[in-house]
Design a protein around this ligand. Structure first.
Ligand code: ASP
Ligand code: MG
Length: 407
């Protein structure tokens, strides 16, 4: 008997008929003789609606109540699935994060899981119960409800698979796996059979929406292989797992993009110790995440500093940086909210020379200007004008021959 964790995303549980379809997938695993733990998201669009309600009530809702509110979408889906399973003659029980004790820290909206109490789940599994757990939520040590950040039910599922030492962790979604790039943009995009944790993490962090980055981080830490599968078809699937020899043959695994980017430049900043700290500390105090940063070589004691933030943070970041710029004697602040980040990812690039040059030449041939570059061992990201996002993706996909599987 195997222990299987199945997670279904918002589009898979969007209405009662879809929940019945999910029930069929759950029953299939149960009938195969397995112990089954199911983790669900809210119905698609529900969490957005709840967030909008909170902000309609007031501009800055109390964080404790906000988390308690936006976690309710999952309560609807887990109970409905348990009701459907029970009506079909299967013993099933729903549990909220607080009931199975997903203990988290108290960082509302982005809480981290500290531990999961497996006792209740194990007891139920032993009695043959299908255990249905609400994703995305936990509880802190003072019993306040917390949430794990958008897309957090992926992380709930991986955490459960880790603590229960599950034999299988299947993440069901509306696509049949992880693709070399977004198939809606590039019709030559190919499904990837197997990808390493590290590459998947870079893909998730640079814009691939299929898995929450934290879930991949956790999968890597506890070595939980993840199967990304389609709820609507039995074909395909992508295995996210430890790096192996097959994977090394590919130079690139994928190309991602993120349109949610804005660029801020502080012009003519005095180039002396402490200035960067002065620029970025007030931003971090407001929880604004800065992605790429470049500082130019200084000329006669002055330099320009450019960085990117998420578009939703631009107005606040601009306000903060404007103030700082004045106090440190910079000339002015310029912003550009018409940029995208395009990234290429692959473990193979660590051992192949010329990958960056090839990327830059391909973009140059199309007349696409690169505004900023950042790299890791297995990733190169470029900031470009947003209107060139699709073109850049298609050109890079061709240049690196991603439509064909190398063998
Ligand atoms: N319902 C939550 C969200 O929309 C969590 C999830 O779907 O994973 O972000
Ligand atoms: Mg998701």
């Amino acid at each position: 008997m195997a222990l299987v964790v199945q997670k279904f995303g918002g589009t898979s549980v969007a209405d009662v008929d879809k929940i019945k379809n999910v029930a069929a997938k759950v029953i299939r695993e149960k009938k195969a003789g397995n112990e089954v733990v199911v983790v669900l998201s809210a119905m698609s669009g529900e969490t957005d609606k709840l967030i909008a309600l909170a902000h309609k009530a007031t501009e800055f809702p109390d964080e404790r109540e906000y988390d308690a509110l936006i976690s309710t979408g999952e309560q609807v889906t887990v109970t409905l699935l348990a009701i459907v399973l029970n009506s079909l003659g299967y013993r099933a029980k729903s549990f909220l994060g607080s009931q199975v004790k997903f203990l988290t820290d108290n960082a509302h909206k982005r809480a981290r899981i500290l531990s999961v109490d497996t006792e209740i789940i194990r007891k139920e599994l032993k009695q043959g119960t299908i255990v249905v757990v609400a994703g995305f939520q936990g509880v802190d040590k003072d019993n306040n409800i917390t949430t794990l950040g958008r897309g957090g039910s992926d992380t709930s599922a991986v955490a459960l698979a880790a603590v229960l030492n599950a034999d299988q962790c299947d993440i069901y979604t509306d696509v049949d796996g992880v693709y070399t790039t977004d198939p809606n943009i590039c019709n030559k995009a190919r499904r990837i059979d197997k990808i390493s944790y590290d590459e998947m993490l870079e893909m998730a962090m640079t814009g691939a929406k299929v898995l929450q980055p934290r879930s991949v981080e956790m999968a890597k830490k506890y070595d939980v292989p993840i199967y990304v599968k389609s709820t609507f078809s039995d074909e395909g699937g992508t295995l996210v797992t430890k790096e192996d020899k097959d994977m090394e043959r590919e130079i690139l695994s994928g190309i991602t993009y993120d349109r949610d980017q804005a660029k801020i430049t502080v012009v003519h900043v005095p180039d002396k110790p402490g200035v960067a700290a002065k620029l970025f500390t007030p931003l971090s105090q407001q929880n604004i995440i800065v992605d790429m940063i470049i500082q130019n070589v200084s000329l006669e004691g002055f330099t320009d500093v450019t960085f990117t933030v998420s578009k939703k943070d631009l107005t606040e970041a601009q306000k903060i940086i404007q103030k700082t710029a004045e106090t440190i004697g910079a000339k002015k602040v310029e912003v550009d909210d018409q940029v995208s980040k395009v990234s290429i990812i692959g473990v193979g690039m660590a051992s192949h020379a010329g990958v960056a040059a090839k990327m830059f030449s391909a973009l140059a041939d199309e007349g696409i200007n690169i505004m900023m570059i950042s790299t890791s061992e297995i990733k190169i990201s470029c900031i470009i004008q947003r209107k060139y996002t699709e073109l850049a993706i298609m050109v890079l996909h061709d240049t690196f021959g991603l439509e064909k599987k190398s063998s």
